[in-house]
Design a binder for this molecule. Structure first.
Ligand code: ADP
Ligand code: MG
Length: 772
């Protein structure tokens, strides 16, 4: 994307500073390692007393630049320094592939540590975390900082050691999961993550936008009759087109009367919508969704008998992640693979809300400008486009649009074959596994050998990408598989025009197109890019606009037999408009996700805060009696208006306890008398315990109840969310309904665990106490 006026201003100002940095090249050259480490200590000390000035930054950058030159042999160039200044401002630096962003990260990480912050460096996958920790971590260590690598599957003690480091490398998911797990521990010593100070996110758009569509989730198994999924599958397989209606765009499917009758006959029930048949209704709906809304090799793949979600943007399979609330099981039944147990949400957070908790956030990537509005709106970050070090020598050609898929296929084969014969390396991009396989077939028929990179073989990603710049190599990849690894050109291919990128579809957003193109022409290399499209492409096909539809149909009728590309500005405009529309609706989906998560976010923060407070103290003290009092006041106030309900509640509170007064006696007391009698008795009971023991028990019991009920509450929130669209008709905004009912559920949850806590307090029996 082009620079804006503001970008140019910022870059210009920072260019002046960068010059000052380069001028001080010799300043640190003669210092040995220990002298440089002394510098680190010197600055650390200094910034405890005062803020960092512009002048300080120049000296610090010069110091870091020298350390990198010495340890990894890379001398940061002007644009890299400019990028580093931009990151220091908490912004996103857009720097093209191959510009050396890994090195840029070094400067801002170092300076943030000097300011007393802990730094988290987020990479797109663990392979990159390891790689960058090795390379850049070495420089940081040379300067006297400590560096950790946060990978999955480690023990608590290992994690704790890692989080002690100044700079920690890891994936977004791992940092996020650590946060969630930390809020499930029973004692604060078990926490691993220290503070959320500063985070720098590499491939920021991929993580903050694409990955942000799926929340992080910790779950366990839910007990359920799994055979029902298979049964419901046989039912849905008998459904004919008259039985149901599919709204593909809204991701919605429902039954017509004929379908409802069919289902009721099948299950042998009167009404599918009756309260008691809710489970059957739910499972039928799930199977309908699995069959008619979820598409194999687009939304998911089946690999070795397992259903894996495909990330719609990157085309990668997401192992370990499952569709929520039974949908995954429904797809498993549809595909005839083993149906695995349904999970229950124990803790969840969106990527957005996790990263918004950091005190400071910045990011770098090759493509961000197109999504600047989203970065601003959701993360409060500007995007600054940094110019490339060398001029980009890639030639980007105008799209070729054909009338039909077949014609497009021929054009792709033609374009690939003549380049292949010359020996030019070619990278072909597709946006789904299906079209990836289609193109692969065409190439095979034409006798063109090629390597394939898609969700099914992402493990070999780095190797495949490393080979992609070799003479005569044809690589077929879905979306941006292989981000973060560079395609380096063989010596002999520069004269052949470098890497040729051929896009076979426009992606869901322009940004992904640009990423694909950006694989070619890195660091001043020659390169070529072109998109070859057709009016049959899904992007155009899904564009529902009556005027366009009839226009496309006319064009096709008229020119179908003409295998030259369409030469019409209108058609090009159509493609662009369809893409814009899709970008907009995807953004809406993410905003929606966030708006709904905000409700839980507030609740989560409250609960986590309360947990933290509890973990930090060794006794509840007056707090526990206060809860008891509140609950008792509530329970004893209700016996007047409705004696039965009052009795029931009293029964729940006092049942199983040795409270010496009978219900009848209690009803004769005033509310105040009853409450005081209860408190008095409780105090007496309490003194019969050793002090340390009762304090510990109270805290344990309280935490236990809080956690158990919180998980139940989360589950209710998920169900509320699932059902809200079905219930919100007419004027009601489902989000507003969700907020309102979600708040009610939360109040309920708080009342409930306070109530059970009060009950548990009264149930404590000093005579029956078993210590240990
Ligand atoms: P990006 O993340 O921006 O795509 P990388 O950080 O992966 O780029 O760097 C791409 C390549 O450029 C790497 O091989 C790296 O060693 C090299 N590189 C980075 N900075 C410099 C520099 N200042 N001088 C020479 N080579 C550099
Ligand atoms: Mg990179």
């Amino acid at each position: 994307m082009a620079q804006t006026y503001d970008d140019r201003k910022i870059v210009k100002a920072y260019r002046d500073l960068a010059r000052e940095v380069v001028k001080r090249e010799d300043l640190y050259r003669l210092m040995d390692q220990s002298a440089l480490q002394e510098q680190t200590q010197h600055w650390l000390q200094k910034f405890q007393e005062r803020e960092i000035t512009e002048r300080d930054r120049i000296y610090i950058f010069a110091l870091v630049r020298e350390a990198a030159r010495r340890t990894v042999g890379l001398e940061a160039v002007m644009v890299q320094l400019i990028g580093a200044f931009v990151l220091g401002d908490g912004k996103i630096a857009e720097m093209k592939t191959g510009e050396g962003k890994t090195l840029v990260s070094l400067f801002v990480m170092y300076i943030e540590v000097l300011r007393g912050n802990k730094v988290h460096l987020v990479t797109a996958n663990e392979y990159l975390a390891k790689r960058d920790r090795e390379e850049i971590g070495r420089v940081l260590e040379y300067l006297g900082l400590s560096v950790g690598l946060n990978i999955s599957g480690l023990e608590k003690e290992q994690k704790q050691a890692i989080y002690k480091a100044d700079v920690i490398y890891g994936t977004a998911a791992e940092f996020g999961f650590d946060y969630l797990r930390d809020n499930m521990v029973r004692q604060s010593e078990d926490k691993v993550q220290t503070s959320l100070d500063f985070v720098l996110i590499d491939e920021a758009d991929s993580i903050l936008i694409d990955e942000a569509r799926t929340p992080l989730l910790i779950s366990d198994r839910k007990e359920e009759d799994l055979t029902l999924y298979g049964v419901a599958d046989t039912l849905v397989r008998t459904m004919l087109t008259d039985d149901y209606e599919v709204e593909e765009k809204k991701r919605f499917v429902w039954l017509h009367d004929a379908g409802i009758e069919k289902a009721q006959r099948f299950w042998g029930i009167d009404s599918l919508y009756a309260e008691e048949h809710q489970p059957l209704h739910r499972i039928t709906t799930l199977l309908l969704r699995a069959h008619f809304l979820m598409h194999k090799d687009k939304d998911y793949v089946v690999l070795d008998g397992e259903v894996l979600i495909i990330d719609p943007h990157t085309g990668r399979a997401l192992p370990g992640r499952r569709f929520n609330d039974g949908l995954h099981q429904a797809i498993e039944a549809k595909e005839g693979v083993e149906v695995r147990e349904e999970s229950r949400t124990l803790a969840t957070i969106t990527i957005q809300n996790y990263f918004r908790m950091y005190k400071k956030l910045s990011g770098m990537t090759g493509t961000a400008k197109t999504e600047e509005e989203e970065f601003r709106h959701i993360y409060n970050m500007d995007v600054v486009v940094i110019p490339t070090h060398l001029r980009v020598n890639r030639v980007d050609n105008e799209d070729e649009v054909f009338y039909t898929r077949e014609q497009k296929g021929e054009a792709i084969v033609y374009e690939v074959s003549w380049r292949y014969e010359r020996g030019q390396p070619i990278l072909i991009g597709t946006s789904s596994i299906k079209s990836n396989e289609w193109v692969s077939e065409l190439l095979t028929k034409a006798g063109i050998p090629h390597q394939v990179l898609n969700a099914k073989n992402h493990e070999q990603e780095a190797e495949i990408i490393a080979r992609a710049g070799k003479r005569g190599m044809v690589t077929l990849a879905t979306n941006m598989a292989g981000r973060g690894t560079d395609i380096k050109l063989d010596k002999g291919v520069y004269t052949l025009g470098g890497l040729a990128v051929i896009g076979t579809e426009r992606h869901e957003s322009r940004r992904i197109d640009l990423q694909l193109m950006g694989r070619s022409g890195r660091r001043g290399d020659p390169g070529f890019s072109k998109f070859i499209l057709s009016l049959d492409d899904e992007l155009v096909d899904h564009f529902d606009n009556k005027r366009w539809e009839s226009y496309v149909r006319r064009m096709k009728r008229k020119y179908n037999f003409d295998d030259k590309p369409v030469h019409s500005r209108k058609v090009h405009q159509l493609v662009i408009e369809a893409q814009k529309r899709l970008e907009g609706s995807n953004y809406d989906i993410r905003k929606d996700l966030l708006a709904y998560d905000e409700v839980i976010d507030i609740q989560r923060k409250k609960v986590y805060e309360e947990r933290d407070r509890l973990l930090g103290i060794d006794k509840l003290g007056a707090f526990s009696e206060r809860i008891l009092r509140e609950v008792a006041e509530d329970v004893f106030s209700e016996r007047e208006p409705d004696l039965d309900a009052g009795y029931a509640k009293m029964g729940e509170l006092l049942g199983g306890t040795k409270f010496p007064h009978s219900f009848d006696q209690v009803t004769l007391m005033s509310q105040e008398e009853a409450v005081e009698a209860l408190i008095f008795w409780h105090r007496k009971q309490r003194t019969k315990f050793p002090t340390g023991t009762i304090n510990q028990i109270e805290k344990e019991v309280y935490l236990n109840l809080l956690d158990q009920m919180w998980v139940m509450h989360l589950d209710q929130m998920v169900q509320l969310r699932e059902g809200i669209h079905l219930r919100a008709y007419g004027q009601q905004d489902p989000l507003v309904m969700y907020q309102k009912e979600g708040a009610e559920l939360f109040t309920n949850f708080q009342d409930r665990y306070h109530f059970y806590f009060a009950h548990a307090l009264l149930e404590l029996d000093p005579e029956g106490l078993v210590l240990g």
